[in-house]
Write a protein that binds this ligand. Structure first.
Ligand code: GTP
Ligand code: MG
Length: 300
């Protein structure tokens, strides 16, 4: 699956990648330099091979993509990023979108089109202007003509941005999407802190804030899952396994299903304990989810 991120220079494409799949915090991307030409980042998410093309937006590069349409060809999902903090560039951006869209269409492509109305925050920007800019952006000639699926995004609203990204990544896989919804329903009912991730530490859904940087699970837990997964593979030689870590005050249980899916359950001392049958129901659904992931990655 090829995701192409396009937009003018400085609109936030590399920041979006870095703070979702790249595991960086918003503060760390302030000093990113402009992307030279384009960068392709491969990412395995839930067993799906994602290649994310970050097309540097400086004028000299923009021209070269339009002249070499094969770079944009085979795009599965085209994400236009529009910078809400720079309304003076809206027209230029709208025109660039139109040119990219035409170049892809001319090369026979038919990608899903998504627009990010990005930098929807007041970080170094006056609040009064933001809403007006958003309205103006929606009325741009090309954007209103194709009326694409849209999201309002900001790297400073990490949970939402990651959720948008997760939705986009699995949107083509109906069954996976249903499984994620099932997991979310279970999590809402349970008191335990739970993270469902893949074995590489990409968070799929969770019921605790602060355990991830974008889509990436925090490093110590990611390392724990990776180590347990190696034990499962080499020592237990089974597709699925469970692990426990217990201290005086905390309990951490890890379930790995079909070598792809990890369910981490944390219980603090004194916290309400969930009925075992409710946890069992979650785990049964996640086992099915893991099998669907395997099927989906085979189909790809
Ligand atoms: N306020 C705010 N600033 C952001 C956001 N996303 C990115 N930025 C800032 O925008 C600047 C440029 O971001 P980049 O990600 O490098 O922009 P780019 O689109 O990759 O630029 P090129 O590589 O030249 O095409 C950085 O200083 C980021 O900190 C956001 O959501 N809100
Ligand atoms: Mg960049």
């Amino acid at each position: 699956m090829k995701i192409s991120l396009v937009g003018l220079s400085g609109c936030g494409k590399t920041s979006i990648y870095s703070t979702t799949l790249g595991g960086m915090a918003p503060m760390d991307v302030k000093d990113l330099g402009p992307t030279v030409m384009y960068e392709v980042k491969s990412h395995n998410y839930l067993g799906l091979q994602i290649s994310l093309w970050d097309f540097g937006g400086q004028e000299k590069y923009r021209q070269s993509y339009l002249e070499t349409p094969k770079l944009l060809a085979n795009t599965t999902i085209l994400v236009f990023v529009l910078d809400l903090h720079h309304p003076e560039d809206f027209k230029k951006a709208d025109n660039y979108f139109k040119e990219v869209f035409s170049a892809i269409k001319e090369s026979g492509g038919d990608p899903r089109i998504i627009i990010f109305y990005h930098k929807y925050d007041t970080e170094e920007y006056p609040k009064e202007q933001l809403e007006g800019n958003l309205d103006k952006a929606r009325e741009l000639p090309f954007i209103s003509e194709i009326d694409p699926e849209s999201f309002i995004t900001s790297i400073y609203r990490q949970e939402e941005l990651s959720e948008v990204f997760r939705q986009i990544l699995i949107s083509d896989f109906d069954e996976l999407r249903d499984s994620v919804e099932h997991a979310q329903k279970h999590l809402m009912k349970l008191n335990s802190k739970i993270i469902v991730s893949d074995v590489n530490g990409n968070v799929i859904t969770h019921s605790i804030k602060g355990f991830s940087t974008g889509i990436q699970l925090r490093e110590d837990l990611r390392d724990y899952i990776l180590s347990c997964n190696v034990l499962r593979e080499n020592f237990l030689t089974s597709d699925s396994a469970s692990f426990s870590a217990i201290s005086d005050t905390k309990k951490l249980k890890l379930h790995i299903f079909s070598f792809v899916l990890a369910v981490l359950i944390m219980v603090d001392e004194g916290a309400a304990i969930d009925p075992p049958e409710d946890i069992e129901a979650l785990l049964t659904d996640m086992k099915v989810f893991a099998e669907l992931i395997i099927d989906a990655s085979r189909e790809e």
